[in-house]
Design a protein around this ligand. Structure first.
Ligand code: RIB
Length: 327
């Protein structure tokens, strides 16, 4: 494998001149540049990317930090982020934070040392003070960090009102909500939408809201308790699709028929919803589009192009399948 010294030797110039040509920095006479380019070509010289990163303090890499790739929402999101990252000439580095702020900060630190050009982060723990000294741009995806950080998310509140209203309109008389974790803003927003839709109805009781923590197994257990305590519940809005699957499993174990006795609706629109039995009705986020928009914004920031807007809130849509009664 040829080195920068070989290129310099073949071109008959100094290593510093080759470096100026490679980095397009400083004055190089046109004939000299041509000689260097010809030497690079004839030797099939590939600059060492580590050395280039060290020199330029840029790596053409983007860091994506997500809570947990085993939740099927995140591989779908990561796929979009990776496609657009590659298409823009960058490479993606993926990290799982497990919603642990120490891990998030360590990943940011390590990737910074490798000169990543920017970050896309899905977090509910990082706050403005944790990113204020970052020298590269950052985009918050799915969950906002603060008002100053460019953010791409969906209208969680409207989506949850849509879900709850759909259950009411299809004849449900007592609707419960399995919410996501308390420290996650989109879980709060989805819960707020549910409450605004039902809290003035005569059947509403605060104990109809339980926390499934965005987790399938925890939801299965909590839904079994809920449905045993309140056998007249005939509709459940789950704050994400995984929890909706947990509710389906709970209903199956209790011998409750879906949708005849219990309608279930989720949130996210992951492909898993099409494979459950019954197939899951859901509020679908445009997962690919939000991932792709986050990269476009980040690349604009990295390449010093002005942003058209700082925050993007995408609409969600109801996808009706078999887990709810038909309209
Ligand atoms: O399923 C994972 C959840 O966490 C999704 O609803 C997504 O919006 C994220 O915040």
């Amino acid at each position: 494998m040829s080195t920068i010294r070989d290129v310099a030797k073949v071109a008959g110039v100094s290593v510093a001149t080759v470096s100026r040509v490679l980095n397009n920095k400083g004055y190089v006479n046109e004939d000299t540049r041509k000689k260097v380019e010809a030497a690079i070509h004839s030797l099939n010289y590939k600059p060492n990317s580590v050395a280039r990163s060290l020199f330029k303090k840029k790596s053409k890499m983007i860091g994506l930090i997500v809570p947990d790739i085993t939740n099927p929402f995140f591989p779908q999101l990561a796929r979009a982020v990776e496609d657009v990252t590659n298409h823009s000439g960058y490479t993606l580095v993926l990290c799982n934070s497990d919603e642990d702020i120490i891990k998030e900060q360590e990943y940011i630190e390590v990737l910074n040392q490798k000169y990543v050009d920017g970050f896309i982060i899905v977090t509910s723990t990082l706050k403005a003070e944790h990113i204020k000294d970052l020298k590269v741009p950052i985009v918050a995806l799915d969950r906002p960090i603060n008002l100053d950080t460019p953010t791409v998310s969906v209208n969680n509140y409207e989506g949850s009102r849509l879900a709850t209203k759909f259950l009411c309109d299809t004849g449900c008389q007592k609707i419960a909500h399995v919410r996501g974790p308390y420290n996650v803003l989109n879980a709060d927003e989805r819960c707020r939408g549910y409450l605004d839709e039902v809290q003035d109805l005569d059947w509403f009781r605060p104990e109809l809201v339980v926390n499934g923590n965005f987790n399938i197994n925890k939801t299965k257990e909590i839904a079994k308790e809920l449905l045993t305590l309140h056998p007249d519940i005939d509709g459940i809005f789950a704050g994400n699709d995984l929890m909706a699957v947990g509710v389906i499993k709970a209903a199956e174990e209790l011998g409750i028929k879906i949708p005849e006795q219990l309608s279930i609706i989720g949130f996210d629109g992951i492909t898993l919803c099409e494979t459950t039995s019954p197939e899951l009705t859901t509020i679908a986020q445009p997962i690919y589009n939000i991932g792709s928009k986050a990269v476009q914004i980040l690349v604009d920031l990295i390449e010093n192009r002005p942003l058209e807007q700082n925050n993007y809130t995408f609409s969600v849509e109801l996808i009706e399948r078999q887990s709810t009664k038909p309209r």
